[in-house]
Design a protein around this ligand. Structure first.
Ligand SMILES: Nc1ncnc2c1ncn2[C@@H]1O[C@H](COP(=O)(O)OP(=O)(O)OP(=O)(O)O)[C@@H](O)[C@H]1O
Ligand SMILES: [Mg+2]
Length: 314
């Protein structure tokens, strides 16, 4: 295993009576993307703020590239970039103007700030819009510009807190491409997201957090494997729904969800149930199935199971 560049051990953080983090552990190998996934209020932003030195933990430790986020905050800041949820760019300046301004804020000599601005605009496909005021940029372009302002100093680790929230699918795709470019350059990325498909697309490893703790970690496929396969059944006659649900409940040991008037879906236990046996049991109960299929669960289903929210019945 590559040496982890981001390490958090037993982080605790409270705000008054609210325990935002209750012993959060995290380890991100260099050059990978870690997706931090969790429902609203799980503690994602709190964790990112501590890792990015914007807030101190009440207990526990975190290190970035070997530097302690509290004791060596200055060195940590020199190794990281952080893009929060809201773009921090200046609307009145052009894209190029913004990047040059940030370069100067970071104390780069003027010529270097200019060169770096052009490199980044070229690399991340914003050169055509470089001389337009950012006020006229689309949401996706603005977010992309915000992301590249974090790259001026070539951070080793980039924190992205919900980088694509509120963007349309095309803009999200553009941000994903930019993130992939970064990773190809060797940047380590820790991103929080509410979008499971985003984590599925980008992350090498996912940490699912809930109530301030990591409740599961693994590659997307490993997480999907932990909850076993899903069984989907389409009935010939919706009238048989209740009977079919009872049969599946007995076989799987959990309540199936009704996904449509004539469709049921249930998580199977990891111990393999055979498709043939399931069909036979349905048959025996007088249920005619138009289609029975086994599939890997979606990350949404994994997430709902792990965070113990009831799967919605639509
Ligand atoms: N500055 C603060 N003052 C008081 N409570 C806070 C503060 N920051 C966070 N909290 C609380 O801590 C908990 C975790 O919040 P946090 O913002 O880390 O969650 P999150 O996982 O980022 O959620 P979201 O998905 O909504 O962004 C929440 O209950 C939140 O209300
Ligand atoms: Mg948040």
């Amino acid at each position: 295993m590559a040496d982890p560049i981001v390490v958090a051990e037993g982080l605790h953080k409270s705000f008054g009576d609210t325990q935002a983090l209750r012993g959060l552990d995290l380890s991100v190998p260099r050059g990978t993307v870690c997706g931090v996934l969790g429902p609203n209020g799980a503690g994602k932003t709190t964790a990112v703020r501590i890792l990015a030195t914007l807030s101190d933990p009440d207990a526990g430790h975190a290190r970035i590239a070997g530097y302690d986020v509290v004791r060596d905050a200055g060195q940590v800041r020199a190794s990281i970039g952080l893009a929060g949820q809201y773009a921090a760019v200046d609307e009145k300046l052009t894209g190029r103007g913004n990047l040059r301004m940030f370069g100067r804020l970071y104390h780069l000599p003027r010529s270097q700030a200019h060169r770096r601005a052009d490199e980044l605009l070229e690399r991340f496909g914003l050169m055509d819009a470089a001389d337009r005021p950012v006020g006229g940029y689309s949401g996706g372009m603005r977010r992309r510009l915000d992301l590249i302002t974090c790259l001026i100093l070539r951070p080793e680790v980039l924190f992205l807190d919900e980088p694509t929230t509120g963007l349309d699918p095309r803009s999200r795709g553009e941000i994903w491409d930019s993130i992939r470019e970064l990773v190809a350059d060797g940047t380590t990325v820790l991103l929080t997201t509410q979008y499971l498909d985003e984590a599925d697309q980008l992350a090498d490893d996912i940490a699912v957090i809930d109530h301030g703790k990591v409740i599961a970690t693994g590659a997307p496929d490993e997480l999907k494997a932990t909850i076993g396969d899903r069984l989907d059944v389409v009935l010939e006659d919706p009238a048989a729904l209740a009977t079919a649900a009872a049969v599946l409940n007995t076989l799987a040991g959990t309540e199936p969800t009704t996904t449509d008037a004539d469709r049921l879906s249930v998580a199977l236990p990891a111990t393999g149930l055979r498709l043939a046996g399931i069909v036979r049991e349905l048959d025996r109960a007088g249920v005619a199935a138009a289609d029975v299929s086994l599939r890997r669960p979606t990350l949404d289903e994994v997430f709902l199971r792990l965070t113990d929210r009831k799967e919605s019945v639509r």
